[in-house]
Write a protein that binds this ligand. Structure first.
Ligand code: THU
Length: 130
């Protein structure tokens, strides 16, 4: 997994962000287990709560392409590294305990890196709970 390639992919995806309400553009890139990179951007809506985060947009695209295991996700936004929101952490957790690489859009060398289970400890797992 090449961190720089993943960050660059998220940065490129961020350029497609549709965020006329928050004016906060986010890009995300998933590293799938076969090495494929799948990206997404946030897609806002005039009905604010139905807006879609970049991470979940990327997950929906990747799963639609047949990918179900992610080794890493990169998130690019803002002037400092942004971590995925709670809802996105739960959605990501369905597809592996991946590396979460967060980079500031204003300076891609300003990064923070986590493991998903560190950001969402004790996540809900239906199959493990039956
Ligand atoms: N947003 C994301 O896309 N990902 C995050 O990790 C944090 C927030 C979006 C949602 C909304 O379109 C905008 O950023 C401001 O909250």
């Amino acid at each position: 997994m090449d961190r720089q390639t993943l960050i660059q992919a998220a940065f490129a995806a961020r350029k497609q962000s549709y965020s006329p309400y928050s004016h906060f553009a986010v890009g995300a890139a998933l590293w799938c287990d076969d090495g494929t990179i799948v990206t997404g951007c946030n897609v806002e809506n005039g009905s604010y709560p139905v807006s879609l985060c970049a991470e979940r947009a990327a997950v929906a695209t990747a799963v639609g392409m047949g990918h179900r295991k992610f080794l890493a996700v990169a998130v690019v936004a803002g002037n400092r590294p942004v971590t995925p929101c709670g809802a996105c952490r739960q959605v990501l957790s369905e597809f592996g305990d991946m590396a979460v690489i967060c980079a500031a859009a204003s300076d891609l060398d300003t990064t923070a890196e986590y493991v998903l289970s560190e950001l969402l400890p004790q996540s809900f797992n239906l199959e493990a709970s039956r």
